[in-house]
Design a protein around this ligand. Sequence first.
Ligand SMILES: [Zn+2]
Length: 346
Amino acid sequence: MTEKQSDELLTVGVDLGGTKIEASVVDSTGNILTSHRCPTNPEKGPDGVITNIIECVKNCLGEISKPAPALGIGIAGQIEKDTGVVRFSPNLGWHDIPLRARLEEALQLPVIVTNDVRAATYGEWSYGAGQNVDDLICLFVGTGIGGSVVSGGKLLEGCRNSAGELGHITIVTNGRKCHCRNQGCLEAYAGGWAIGERAQEAARSDIKSGQPLITLAGSIEQITAATVTEAYKNGDLMAKQIVEETALYLAAGLVAVVNAFNPCLIVLGGGVIQGLPEYTPMAERIVRLHALETASEGLRIVTPALGNKAGVIGAAALARQNFQESKIVPGVETNTERTTGEKLEN
Ligand SMILES: [Zn+2]
């Protein structure tokens, strides 16, 4: 990608996923000037992954003609806000990795580390589907379910920076075992991994009706959420039932979220929804019937506007906001009270 002209402050946004690292230089209007992708290689451990991040960022910085003096990185996991330590990232297998300190030392830039869904939410809020809305919720239904809440013009962080884990709202008491320590979470029913598990169970209990799913996947054990989507599109009855049940579970979670936060807007995205957009109207119909009237009046449910770029754009925007607020000298820690919840005003 070639560099476009911009007089504004540039920042770097990084989306650290389980399989790939994406780094982009972004201007203050949310435009991506240049991007690089590298494999994550989590099997090489934190040192190997951090080396890949640094290389990916340096590739980006080498392609722009003016400095990009701050970096934001989104990662799936729990982050200690004041230190940028990754407390736990299940898909990387990381515990207590001082990611901010490591990147600041190597790149000589102030770095802000945030949760990936929060970065994507900040991107959609600043430049995407959530522009000019002060009360919005992002819910991303992929393999897992991630969420983030903007309320009264503030991105909610919570007491220990873990607010917005909407995938782990309990929708069934003593329900299906979740990947967290709870049972009956929204994710344990409507997350991609759970849709796959439920479909495998359905096929196993009724092999005859499950045959189209089994044939598509190759075996019962290989049935995934994507198999269900494909079979649904082929008109398969078992897949149809699984999809309709999934929409009910999704709606149950959304009703709880709408009643709790009274958003004007829900941005509903992620691989499962992208694969089968029918989930949105199916769930929305139930939300409109079951959520409190006052909580759902004026509610809009929309798809993300920035697609899979929301994470890098949001991380870069968070870095810009943090940089402008704190005026940190690169490499020198001067500000321990970083406020990241307020939206950047352009
Ligand atoms: Zn859970």
